[in-house]
Ligand binder design. Structure first.
Ligand code: ZN
Length: 501
């Protein structure tokens, strides 16, 4: 007779090895972006390659399938049972692809991101097209291996980033954004109520910006006893476990750029620091999904950080750090400036109102690429047409158009919708939270802890134990409802315009 604990114990030992390899990989990724010397690349890549193999062996190697089957037959508590499910998912994901195809794809992607960086500089999409075609072929083939009978390929890809949001759900969501936000955005940009924001750019010394962003990260609740902040070309957050969460930022002559990017990354970081101890270092010890993660970062950055109430207690700190630059700028003027809406070409620089319209363009094109065999060569034209239609601007070249994001070069199809979903999750959470907390009063009093605690108990602590859809339903008492997002944006940007006149 089999010992009741044995299969799960054996699985745990394998998962422990996988976790260690994964954690080391994460640390190398962080290091490559922040502190590693320029020449480290090639040799460190060897270490990373070996660690990836170790991870894959631990997750899919000999005996894993039998072990998972045996675990499924055991009577397990809720958390171990969820860990087994997660391990089985990861096994299926990795094991259904023939190893030689997977390796060929990894090699292609390693090359393609370099090609992408080069052609972006040269603004030459045509040179990138053959590589992109190969990437799409691989991704469609892999999705085919993973697809359940009758499942569409793009739905397989979407499921990897956001469970419960397939094309049917997203067509509804993006359709609403197209119908409601495109005309509203045009109305706001044509109304002439664009506030002055020139004072945000100028001589903002880096040491002072650093002092500001460290203060702000801590102010919103990022714990520097369990996290650090460093500098990288593109800001990001990563975590080894809930006691080691790492943010990065970058400094420029725009003070609002580092300021809001740090509040954004701190939102990701607070999520990771808030995951329960019993989940960290297990397969459940990370955010529920990409979209849920983005909901937290964008909640801190935009819903809280760009609100008028938020700046009541902290604007004096900003003026104290930059007396010359901001002494003549009132708090109201500052808040209006950081909410300035304008038609732009670059997603990562977009204002809160137009942000999701950038994502809408990508969603529509991905769907056509995967489901309708859109020819890659037609992408630049269609991209430009859609930008003109939705945002009223047309890229002059591929670098500010179809080549601006790295995602497709990395083979990430189905990732983009999470950015827009996260924004919509956040607005629905705000609506739910308002029935229990007076958010503006708390922000004005400089007491963010009840807000953070609310998010921690409803979202953060659960890690991956529940899907984003389940978390949202349990927190707000209703299924995903994007109309809160549209209402939130119309209310906020409508009133910002009204207060101006
Ligand atoms: Zn983010």
């Amino acid at each position: 007779m089999q010992n009741a604990d044995s299969a799960y114990e054996a699985l745990s030992a394998r998962l422990e090895r996988a976790m260690a390899a994964q954690t080391a990989l994460t640390l190398f990724e962080w290091d490559n972006e922040t502190l590693a010397p320029r020449q480290a690349g090639e040799l460190t890549a060897r270490v990373q390659g070996a660690l990836s193999t170790a991870y894959q062996e631990a997750m899919t190697g000999e005996g894993m399938k039998e072990l998972l089957d045996a675990c499924r037959k055991e009577k397990l508590d809720e958390i171990p049972a969820a860990i087994v499910r997660e391990a089985a998912d990861e096994y299926e994901r990795l094991a259904c692809i023939p190893p030689e195809e997977y390796r060929a794809f990894q090699e292609l992607v390693a090359k393609s991101t370099r090609v992408w960086a080069q052609v972006k500089q040269e603004q030459d999409f045509e040179q990138f097209a053959p590589t992109l075609e190969k990437i799409i072929d691989f991704q469609k083939r892999f999705a085919g291996y993973r697809a359940k009978p009758g499942q569409k390929l793009y739905d397989v890809m979407l499921d990897e980033y956001e469970k419960g949001f397939d094309m049917e759900a997203l067509d509804g969501f993006f359709g609403l954004l197209r119908d409601e936000l495109v005309p509203f955005f045009k109305e706001v940009t044509r109304s002439g109520c664009q506030p002055e924001n020139g004072f945000l750019r100028g001589d903002y010394p880096e040491e002072k910006q650093q002092e500001l962003v460290e203060y702000m990260a801590e102010y919103v609740g990022f714990d520097f006893e369990r996290g650090v902040l460093a500098v990288s070309a593109h800001p990001f957050t990563t975590n080894l476990h809930n006691r080691d969460v790492r943010l990065t930022t970058h400094y420029s002559d725009r003070v609002d750029s580092s300021l809001f990017s740090v509040i954004h990354e701190a939102g990701h970081g607070i999520y990771e620091q808030g995951i329960d101890d019993e989940l960290t270092q297990t397969l459940l010890g990370q955010g529920a999904s990409m979209g849920m993660h983005e909901s937290q970062s964008r909640f801190f950055e935009n819903i809280l950080g760009r609100s008028a109430a938020f700046w009541v207690p902290v604007y004096p700190k900003l003026q104290e750090l930059f007396p010359q630059q901001l002494s003549g700028v009132s708090r109201e003027e500052f808040v209006r400036a950081v909410n300035r809406v304008e038609p732009g070409l670059i997603r990562t620089e977009a204002d809160e109102l137009s942000y999701s319209l950038h994502v809408l363009v990508r969603y529509e094109l991905e769907k056509q690429l995967i489901e309708e065999n859109l020819e890659v060569s037609r992408l630049p034209q269609l991209w430009a047409d859609k930008y003109e239609e939705y945002l009223g601007v047309r890229p002059a070249n591929a670098a500010e158009g179809v080549l601006q994001d790295i995602h497709w070069a990395q083979g990430s199809f189905g990732y983009f919708p999470s950015y827009a979903l996260g924004s919509a999750f956040g607005a629905q959470m705000l609506h739910g939270m308002r029935s229990e907390l007076d958010i503006d009063a708390l922000l004005e009093a400089g007491d963010l802890s009840p807000i953070r605690e609310y998010l921690r108990s409803h979202i953060h602590r659960w890690g991956k134990r529940k899907t984003s859809r389940e978390l949202l339903r349990e927190m707000t008492g209703e299924d995903f409802n994007p109309s809160y997002y549209v209402e939130y944006l119309k209310e906020k940007y409508g009133s910002l315009c009204r207060t101006r006149s």
